[in-house]
Ligand binder design. Structure first.
Ligand code: ZN
Length: 161
């Protein structure tokens, strides 16, 4: 069975940014499960996997615009030190804040300036070219319920009622 829209795919992957340093990977023996065509993974990777089958491997290079999008300079903002309650964050680390509706907003600290912390609200992989090494472990039809929910149930997927 080949990867096509509406099918469940079990994917082992490694991600690097061109220098070979792996920054993200599936756990050995515990692949990522997703439904093709549901936007569960970045669009450039989803497109490149179309038509592959079990045990196929592939190297996929995804430009930023088909990955996590371009880096938006407006996402880089100066926040007064006061907002951090006296304990300044560390440059390069990722933190989360609460947005106006209580949503979780992740940000990366870029720089400490006198009186201000420079934060970057872009996704940490925005503007980056993504290099994936992938191996397909399983391809199956999604159940009607999975199609309705837009995500995978059971092993490797979500468990809920
Ligand atoms: Zn569900």
């Amino acid at each position: 069975m080949k990867i096509a829209n509406g099918r469940v795919v079990a994917l082992e992957y490694k991600l690097h940014l061109g220098d070979g340093d792996v920054i993200d990977a599936s756990e050995p023996g515990s692949p990522l499960y997703y439904i093709q065509g549901e936007g569960n993974i970045v669009p450039g990777l989803e497109r490149a996997l179309e038509g592959l089958g079990k045990d196929d491997t592939k190297q996929v290079i995804v430009p930023a615009e088909d990955g996590y999008g371009p880096h938006d300079p407006q996402g880089v903002q100066d926040v007064p030190n006061d907002a951090f309650g006296g304990e300044l964050p560390e440059v390069g680390n990722q933190y989360t804040a609460r947005g106006p509706e209580g949503e979780v907003v992740p940000f990366v600290v870029r720089e400490l300036k006198p009186g201000f912390v420079v934060v970057d609200l872009n996704h940490p992989l925005a503007g980056k070219t993504l290099h994936f090494d992938v191996a397909i472990r399983e391809v199956r039809e999604a159940t009607d319920e999975e199609k309705e929910h837009g995500h995978v149930h059971g092993p490797g997927g979500q468990h809920h009622h």
